[in-house]
Structure formats: C-alpha cells, structure tokens
Design a protein around this ligand. Structure first.
Ligand code: ADP
Ligand code: 5GP
Length: 203
C-alpha cells in the first residue's frame, strides 16, 4: 500500500503526436501505474475495446453523468465529448495505483486546478509536417475529421506553458525512455518520500 496519494501523470498532445503509443509503452513498464479510462461519446475505432480504451457512452448517458457531477472534468474535443470520472481517482487511491491521464489541454488544466501536484507532460511532434503525416498514416479518421484535428493541433500547441514537461516524440524509443524518466523522477520527489525519513525518526 502506498504511503502517499497517487502520483497523477497527465499526458496531452495534438492528435497524431503519439501520446496513445507512448502511454501504452509506459503502462507496460510500470505495473503499478493505471490508465484512467475516460468516457466518450465518440464511436469506437476498429481495434478499440469498451472499458479498456474508453467507456463508449451515448449522449444521454454522458448528460446524466454530467448532471450527477460524476466527472472531475469533461470537455468538447474534435466534435465529441470526453470526460474523466471521479471514480477513476478514487479507485486508484484505494488500490494503491498511480494514475495516467490521456486528456486534452482543457482536461489537463481542470485536473491541475483540483490537484496542483499532478504532473503535466505535453507531447510535441518533431514538426507540423510529421504530425500531419502520422495522422494520415494512422488512417483512423475521415478526411474531414483529420482536417479538424489538424486545425486543432495549433490551438493545442498554444497551451504548452501550462505543462511541466515538453516531450518531443521524434524517435519513439527516446521519447518513451524520457517519459519513463519523468515518472521515475517524480516518484522520488522529497514530498512523496518524506514518510520514509519520518518513519526512521520515529523508531
Ligand atoms: P495520438 O494518441 O497522439 O493521437 P498515436 O499514438 O495514435 O497519436 O500516434 C499516431 C500515429 O503515429 C500512429 O500510427 C503511431 O503508430 C505513429 N507514431 C507514434 N509515435 C511515432 C514516432 N515516434 N515515430 C513515427 N510514428 C509514430
Ligand atoms: P481520440 O478521439 O483521438 O481518442 O482523443 C481525442 C482527444 O481527446 C485527445 O486529445 C485526448 O487526449 C482527449 N481526451 C481523451 N479523454 C479525455 C478526457 O477524459 N477529457 C478530456 N478533456 N480530453 C480527453
């Protein structure tokens, strides 16, 4: 059982920069890090699984959750709604897991307002051209959705100052290694480890 509150790691990026890929790699490394599964009104992509990638819900279900104040934060992103349920945080704390959020900049700001100790990592593509190329190669979006996401990318990039780390995802292994380093370093911050020294002093 952890002696401190869960470490909250927020990863944001423009669509196509590689944050889903990087988050998946990170979760493979740290068995005690859990992915915060968001709720969304967006339809699932072919390989996505309900309850693993997202909770895919109807507009009505989403409305009900908003009315019942079940979200820490929610936002309109690329024409759909996405939200982080409060229960994700509660259950991570209860089970002794750190928590990884994949949310847009609006979600990152809202989570930080309520949990100022949360760590924000913004993933930047090596260039705008490469971002466009990754988004189109991924092939999950219609041309219209892709254009919408690409336009939103520049808006997202305007918010990098609200994050603690800017991680350039050029070479995937390097970016993944840097993300692991962030988690390792943040886990040994003095405030998170002080309980060990306090325990020794009480002996
Ligand atoms: P996001 O979650 O930020 O929208 P994804 O993780 O889905 O982005 O990545 C977008 C596409 O780019 C995917 O096809 C992924 O395999 C690819 N990709 C991710 N990181 C890199 C990288 N460093 N170099 C080349 N391609 C990458
Ligand atoms: P996608 O449709 O590509 O899975 O996600 C689109 C955008 O929505 C990404 O920027 C992703 O980080 C963001 N997103 C996913 N879940 C949430 C959430 O719960 N809240 C917010 N604010 N954004 C989210």
């Amino acid at each position: 059982m952890k002696k401190t509150a869960p470490l909250l790691i927020i990863v944001s990026s423009p669509s196509g920069a590689g944050k889903t890929t990087l988050c998946k790699m990170l979760l493979k490394t740290f068995g005690d890090l859990r992915f915060s599964i968001s709720h969304t009104t967006r339809p699932p992509r072919p390989k996505e699984v309900d309850g693993r990638d997202y909770f895919f819900v109807s507009d009505k279900e989403f409305d009900e959750m908003v009315e019942n104040d079940e979200f820490i934060e929610w936002a309109h992103v690329h024409g759909n709604r996405y939200g982080t349920a409060r229960k994700e945080l509660r259950s991570a704390a209860l089970d002794g897991f750190d928590l990884l959020f994949d949310v847009d900049f609006q979600g990152a700001v809202r989570i930080k307002e309520q949990h100022p100790e949360a760590i924000g990592v913004f993933v930047l593509p090596p260039s705008i051209e490469e971002l466009q190329s990754r988004l189109s190669k991924r092939g999950t979006e219609s041309l219209e959705a892709m254009q919408r996401r690409f336009k939103a990318a520049l808006e997202e990039i305007k918010h990098t100052r609200q994050f603690d780390y800017l991680l350039v995802n050029d070479d995937l292994d390097t970016a993944s290694r840097n993300l692991r380093s962030i988690v390792r370093a943040e886990r040994i911050r003095q405030a998170r480890m002080q309980y060990l020294a306090d325990e020794m002093l009480q002996m």
